[in-house]
Design a protein around this ligand. Structure first.
Ligand SMILES: *[C@@H]1O[C@H](CO)[C@@H](O)[C@H](O)[C@H]1NC(C)=O
Ligand SMILES: *[C@@H]1O[C@H](CO)[C@@H](O)[C@H](O)[C@H]1NC(C)=O
Ligand SMILES: *[C@@H]1O[C@H](CO)[C@@H](O)[C@H](O)[C@H]1NC(C)=O
Ligand SMILES: *[C@@H]1O[C@H](CO)[C@@H](O)[C@H](O)[C@H]1NC(C)=O
Ligand SMILES: *[C@@H]1O[C@H](CO)[C@@H](O)[C@H](O)[C@H]1NC(C)=O
Ligand SMILES: *[C@@H]1O[C@H](CO)[C@@H](O)[C@H](O)[C@H]1NC(C)=O
Ligand SMILES: *[C@@H]1O[C@H](CO)[C@@H](O)[C@H](O)[C@H]1NC(C)=O
Ligand SMILES: *[C@@H]1O[C@H](CO)[C@@H](O)[C@H](O)[C@H]1NC(C)=O
Length: 903
């Protein structure tokens, strides 16, 4: 474990100044503690909830004006589909535990409804039945004279109110990365919790209680470390495996903070080491050599601001030039507002040493602009490699399950029993313990960046051993990592030598059915389903054709039922793939050697040493594409655009003859095709000429017309196309290149801007810069989230089909007809818009502050919610869910609203 220390006047004390808060008493004069939670909570429930539906609202109490408008009354009855007699009531529940110390207060609640016949409901609706919602109201009591800055952790909670302030996001999976910062005045504060039960978080087998924990921690009211220590590579052969490092900082004060500088202040070890041996490199271009005499050159640093309440990771480079260091200390210099003198914060980190051949941590920059890490085990000296292929070895991935860090021994040492594999072994994190978004957009980008950062690692450690073939992947993983293995297999078929998904689930919908969502029009259901197409592995099994697959699952698994693997095993067979399925009799979800059973060990050795050429050249195969934005090629074929992005595209290849459906633009790798002509949907295309100039050949359909050689933009002039990273539903916003940029208007939008930043960090460990609206504020390569009340900022696209004005939203449908939405109770909208190149903007718009909060719920955060490209919400969505949307759907390749949308 990392050690850390607070250090406001640390070693470089010359410019440091303490602030007042430390002089506050920690215990009140009467001996009570300054912070406490009430022990009695007023609870109202249970009500039906669909899998991940809470994001859409779908809260029945909103029909009555919201829980916050209701007062405890033991005689009132509320209609509800779950309890006996169809009525839910208030009850008073004693907290399971409340504790206070001089600096903190905790409350844990356990809410259960023994009067509901859960077992019978489960027989009918399965695990969907034990996901339900309720509300609880308690109090925070603050004593003493002064307002106290605190952070509030909300384990397993999605949404809450403190007094009159709404917080959406909470900490549904207990990441504890970005608690909200509050400044609590003396007195009593009401806290209302929306409790939403989720099987993936709280389980499906035992008593379906909702167990949550609240924790208030007194905060310094200034810049502080949000997480102890520095994220650093391990030290191999006396050097950091890679130079990039990061600290996670939180501003718990009331004023914005700017980071001025990060410097090494000390390196400790058994041998004294001069400071000059250490270099800190900050920012993309600046390189500062540590020296106590020359002041840091501020102008060369990227300006890093943390607005009041914000948590941000800050990246910097360190290179150790002394072999014997055991720990390092850094000093972070910052200023509050425009004040001088500067303040400092210090952070210390023990160094972890590792043999270069053992799994060790190395760091790199995620495309989202923050530092991530993976555990890497380079090929052993005695690796048993086929002599013909010993110079460039494949990579074997081990994807971890939900709730685990990759540096946990359960993950990083799972393949220790197979030390001499002829492969690079990597355990990526996917950024968070839930692999970002379950190894999808955010998590999978992490995997690909980790692979490409091995080159940096090789330089940094002066690697002399075998090279890596970054295009040859053997993929395995357990649980959520088994699901990630399916994702890699179905989305990167041309890179996969072989795949072994272990105890994985088929898709979010197969894991816990969506049966209990609020009812909706089938067109809406189709749009909602379409947003999750890319993650339904059961629909993509044909992409595994030609790839050896080994499946393994415990027969008695009550966490991820073996049904998932049995089902996909059948689908693989029907798709004509070569797979084997091993069900382990009597075994559950996990046991110590689950990743090194006899068949898996044989599998790893066999495919690590395989000499089969990758990508495979297949004669007859089918390729299914849900979203070209996250899909690689199969046998050299890539789909670049779908006609309707809400529907699967299909490519069926029989030698020279190719049939497509719902495909608008397609690319061929001539090296794999090796033919002079192809027949595309019955149309003969000469591909001999065009293959000569470039590495790839593209064919596109123009205005529903015939196939032509060339891409869409070439054939249709200078129009703005939706392309590459912009493709997909609203989750495409996660394919950012650089930190997110959250721009907003000012005071009225600041709370939501901060909430978006907090949720992006909580759920993805992402970095975001919060800026007020001005042209300069969107300079940067990252995707932009625009937060606005009335009048959305101008669109980069000159003729964008959605215009959000002061109180109304106007939408141009696929026939060119204009629809204007406006409601007396106000409107909310969330939609994507293009920026230059493949950069993307997500507009969150409300006609009022309240409506803006409704729009902001839709920012991608939890997997399985299913946000389409655009949504216009009326008030009733807060209880009717998706049925309360006035319009929703997709944009096509020209950013027009598709005919499959609902307007
Ligand atoms: C259901 O309603 C009946 C008739 O009003 C009442 O006797 C019974 O106690 C109610 N049951 C519950 C669990 O509230
Ligand atoms: C509050 O809960 C957290 C998380 O369970 C725990 O680490 C901490 O010790 C608790 N604090 C008190 C005062 O009980
Ligand atoms: C509250 O404020 C008064 C007046 O400023 C002061 O005399 C008293 O010591 C304070 N009490 C506490 C508990 O800080
Ligand atoms: C860190 O150093 C690498 C080269 O080793 C450089 O590419 C990168 O831009 C630097 N990053 C920062 C944040 O200074
Ligand atoms: C390679 O070395 C490891 C121990 O370092 C040993 O366990 C393994 O059996 C060796 N493999 C071969 C093929 O010699
Ligand atoms: C392995 O060796 C064979 C035969 O020399 C060669 O065709 C193939 O490209 C090699 N594969 C790799 C990954 O180096
Ligand atoms: C299927 O896999 C088995 C075992 O690896 C292999 O012997 C066989 O050739 C494969 N068949 C096809 C069609 O790839
Ligand atoms: C579709 O988009 C293109 C490019 O912006 C535009 O020229 C065309 O009018 C749009 N079609 C409709 C029906 O809105």
């Amino acid at each position: 474990m990392a050690v850390w220390l607070w250090c406001l006047f640390c070693l470089l004390a010359s410019s440091a100044r303490h602030d007042e808060r430390a002089t506050e008493p920690h215990v009140n004069r009467d001996g009570t503690y300054p912070l406490a939670f009430s022990t009695a909570w007023a609870v109202l429930g249970p009500f039906q909830a669909g899998t991940r539906e809470g994001t859409w609202g779908a809260d029945p109490l909103e029909y009555l004006g919201g829980f916050r408008a209701l007062q405890y009354d033991q005689d009132s009855h509320f209609r509800s589909s779950l309890p006996t007699n169809g009525t839910a009531k208030w009850s008073i529940v004693q907290a399971k535990q409340t504790t206070s110390t001089s600096t903190s207060a905790n409350a844990s609640l356990s809410i259960s409804y023994p009067d509901v016949d859960w077992d019978f409901l489960k027989v009918v609706y399965g695990w969907a039945a034990v996901q339900y919602q309720a509300w609880a109201r308690g109090q925070i009591v603050v004593t003493g004279n002064a307002s106290i800055p605190v952070v509030l952790y909300t384990d397993w909670i999605l949404e809450y109110w403190v007094d009159d302030v709404h917080y959406f996001g909470g900490d549904f999976f207990t990441f504890r990365q970005a608690p909200a910062v509050l400044h609590l005045s003396p007195g009593t504060h009401a806290i209302d919790l929306r409790l939403v039960r989720d099987v993936r978080a709280l389980g499906g087998v035992n008593d379906p209680s909702i167990d949550v924990l609240l924790e208030l921690q007194k905060a310094p009211g200034a810049l502080e470390l949000a997480k102890p220590g520095i994220l650093l590579s391990d030290v191999v052969d006396g050097k950091l495996a890679t130079p990039i490092a990061s600290v996670i900082l939180r501003n718990s004060g009331k004023h914005d903070v700017e980071i001025i500088d990060i410097q090494i202040s000390d390196v400790r070890g058994p041998f004294p080491s001069p400071l000059a041996d250490v270099q800190v490199v900050l920012g993309p271009n600046a390189r500062l050599t540590k020296s106590q005499t020359s002041p840091p050159s501020k102008s060369s640093l990227p300006r890093t601001f943390l607005v009041a309440g914000q948590t941000r990771p800050v990246a910097f480079n360190i290179s150790l030039q002394t072999q014997y260091a055991s720990s390092i200390d850094c000093i972070i210099t910052y200023k509050v507002g425009n004040h001088r003198p500067h303040l400092t914060l210090s952070v210390s980190q023990h160094l972890t040493r590792s043999s270069i051949y053992a799994p060790h941590k190395f760091t790199y920059l995620h495309p989202g602009g923050m530092v991530s890490y993976a555990m890497l085990r380079p090929p052993a000296k005695n690796a048993t490699c086929h002599p013909r292929n010993a110079t460039s070895l494949p990579i074997l991935f081990g994807f971890h399950g939900a709730g685990l860090e990759a540096d946990n021994g359960i993950v990083a040492h799972a393949l220790d029993p197979v030390p001499d594999l002829c492969a690079w072994v990597m355990f990526p994190t996917g950024v968070t313990p839930w692999s970002g978004d379950d190894w999808h957009n955010w998590g999978f980008a992490d995997v690909e960046y980790a692979v490409h950062s091995i080159q940096t690692w090789m330089k940094s450690v002066a690697w002399q051993g075998p090279d890596i073939d970054v295009g040859r992947w053997i993929v395995t993983g357990h649980s959520n990592g088994g699901q990630g293995t399916w994702y890699a297999l179905t989305h990167r078929p041309d890179q996969i030598v072989a795949a072994a998904p272990v105890s994985g689930y088929a898709s979010i919908q197969k894991y816990v059915p969506y049966e209990l969502w609020q009812p909706m029009d089938p067109r809406r259901a189709a749009i909602m389903g379409g947003t999750l197409n890319s993650y339904r592995h059961e629909m993509l099994m044909e992409n595994a054709q030609g790839i050896p697959v080994l499946q393994q699952h415990g027969e008695k698994d009550d966490n991820v039922p073996a049904y998932n693997s049995r089902f996909l095993s059948q689908k693989l067979f029907e798709a004509g793939t070569n797979s084997s399925y091993y069900e382990l009799p009597g075994q559950g979800h996990y046991f110590d050697t689950v990743m090194t059973t006899e068949q898996l060990v044989r599998f790893y050795y066999k495919y690590a040493d395989s000499v089969e050429t990758i990508p495979r050249r297949l004669q007859d195969f089918t390729f299914v594409v849900a979203n070209p934005g996250d899909m690689g090629s199969k046998s050299g074929i890539r789909v670049l655009h779908l006609e309707d992005p809400g529907q699967y595209g299909k490519v069926v290849v029989n030698g020279h003859s190719i049939q497509t459906s719902n495909v608008l633009s397609i690319e061929f790798d001539p090296n794999l095709m090796q033919m002079s002509s192809i027949t595309l949907d019955g149309q003969e295309l000469d591909v001999s000429m065009s293959t000569i100039q470039s590495g790839a050949m593209t064919a596109s359909k123009v205005e529903e017309g015939p196939w032509k050689i060339g891409d869409l933009s070439a054939s249709q002039g200078s129009k703005i196309y939706r392309q590459g990273r912009q493709l997909g539903a609203m989750t495409a916003i996660l394919r950012t290149r650089g930190s997110f940029i959250i721009r907003h208007q000012g005071k009225d939008t600041a709370h939501v801007a901060l909430q978006v930043s907090r949720n992006l960090h909580q759920y993805f460990s992402a970095d975001s810069r919060i800026a007020s609206t001005s042209p300069a504020s969107i300079s940067g390569s990252g995707n932009v989230i625009s937060v606005c009340i009335g009048q959305a900022p101008p669109s980069f696209h000159p003729n964008f089909p959605i215009v959000a004005g002061a109180t109304a939203v106007t939408l141009r449908d696929w026939r060119g007809r204009l629809h204007t939405f406006s409601e007396p109770s106000g409107l909310a909208a969330a939609f994507l818009r293009p920026l230059e190149g493949e950069q993307l903007e997500l507009v969150l718009w409300g006609s009022s502050q309240r409506r803006l909060a409704q729009a902001a719920r839709l920012v991608p955060m939890l997997t399985g919610v299913g946000q389409p490209d655009f949504v216009v919400l009326g008030e009733s969505a807060s209880w009717r869910g998706v049925e309360g949307a006035l319009a929703l759907g997709f944009f096509d390749h020209q950013w027009n609203v598709t005919s499959s949308s609902l307007v």
